[in-house]
Design a protein around this ligand. Structure first.
Ligand SMILES: *[C@@H]1O[C@H](CO)[C@@H](O)[C@H](O)[C@H]1NC(C)=O
Ligand SMILES: *[C@@H]1O[C@H](CO)[C@@H](O)[C@H](O)[C@H]1NC(C)=O
Ligand SMILES: *[C@@H]1O[C@H](CO)[C@@H](O)[C@H](O)[C@H]1NC(C)=O
Ligand SMILES: *[C@@H]1O[C@H](CO)[C@@H](O)[C@H](O)[C@H]1NC(C)=O
Ligand SMILES: CC(=O)N[C@H]1CO[C@H](CO)[C@@H](O)[C@@H]1O
Length: 277
């Protein structure tokens, strides 16, 4: 650990992984009061998230416009002449219910991110994961990940199933970004600077519920209470703010033709993912 004090800015390097990505905590509050930046912890995990399965045409009639093998939600794409510079939304940490005939622990993740879809080389994302064990106990955590670097959970960020998060990702350059994670329910915020990430294409933004993978494959996907994504915004280089109007809306359909999650637009800024099956 290395602390740098320069004027009023305190930067504590909490992580210098062997990979190039560097994550620095720039500020944090708990119930409105500043926290010790050194108290923010990151933990490297084996989780691999990301909308890497390309969407395909959905079979049967539903309001999602396509399907994917690992995620449901909304996706926006922009031309390379008008790249994405940021994404934000309010969304809930999954509140899980047991999926019958499915091994434990069961899981679901909710997150927002930039790239992954048409940019298979990089994906910057942040959000939450909830896991449900065989005794019905749920645990939630917040995390960040810049693919292809590893995922990091933030054990010091308290989070319970159903808590509302606000996440705001701002691209500073194709290899650096600022990430704000705030609660809506608990009174915690933390801001990270990320540098030396793998170059983003800034071509896609997404708001997602995912049946993610670990190093041993896709995890058992729990059922869940409806997960809303609200005030969905993506910013572009020309200064405009894009909502989910016209977004590709994707259902998660990983076994046969029965979806396990569908996404439905409520209006141009808000949509929800509902558990199926
Ligand atoms: C979307 O699909 C759900 C589930 O099948 C259905 O209840 C709802 O009515 C559909 N909404 C529209 C606008 O078609
Ligand atoms: C579930 O509860 C049983 C009995 O209390 C306990 O032995 C077991 O460790 C618990 N399992 C988990 C995953 O917490
Ligand atoms: C997200 O962060 C950017 C950069 O600080 C800021 O311009 C934008 O207003 C923020 N978005 C929201 C919804 O707060
Ligand atoms: C900025 O980009 C948006 C999204 O592509 C587009 O709808 C809008 O017309 C553009 N505005 C200008 C001033 O070019
Ligand atoms: C982003 C957000 O909603 N943050 C909230 C975190 O919790 C505190 C205390 O409940 C609120 O004051 C913040 O608005």
């Amino acid at each position: 650990m290395k602390a740098l004090v320069s004027g009023i800015f305190i930067l504590i390097r909490v992580l210098l992984a062997y990979a190039d990505l560097e994550v620095t905590v720039v500020s944090g509050t708990s119930k409105g009061r500043p926290i010790l930046l050194g108290s923010v912890t990151l933990e490297r995990t084996q989780v691999r998230r990301g909308g890497n399965a390309p969407p395909y045409d959905v079979k049967g009639k539903r309001n999602s416009t396509g399907a994917s093998g690992n995620w449901c939600g909304g996706l926006q794409h922009t031309p390379s002449t008008n790249k994405f510079t940021g994404i934000s939304a309010y969304f809930a940490a999954p509140n899980l219910l047991s999926r019958p005939n499915t091994p434990y622990p069961q899981h679901a993740a909710s997150w927002i991110g930039i790239d992954g879809a048409s940019c298979q080389t990089a994906l910057l994302q942040a959000g939450t994961t909830t896991s449900l064990d065989q005794n019905g106990t749920q645990t939630s955590n917040a995390w960040l990940e810049w693919i292809p670097d590893a995922a990091y959970t933030i054990p010091s960020f308290p989070l319970s199933p159903g808590d509302w998060m606000f996440v705001n990702i701002s691209v500073l350059s194709s290899t650096s970004a600022q990430l704000v994670l705030e609660n809506y329910s608990l009174g915690n915020t933390v801001t990270f600077n990320l540098i030396n990430g793998t170059p983003l294409c800034q071509a896609d933004t997404e708001w997602i519920v995912e049946d993610f993978s670990t190093n041993v494959g896709q995890v058992p996907f729990a059922r869940f209470s409806d997960i809303w994504f609200e005030q969905c915004q993506a910013r572009t280089t020309n200064g405009s703010v894009i909502s989910i109007e016209g977004a590709t809306i994707i259902a998660l359909q990983n076994t046969g033709i029965t979806p396990s999650c569908i996404a439905q637009e409520y209006d141009d800024q808000n949509f929800w993912c509902s558990s199926q099956g």
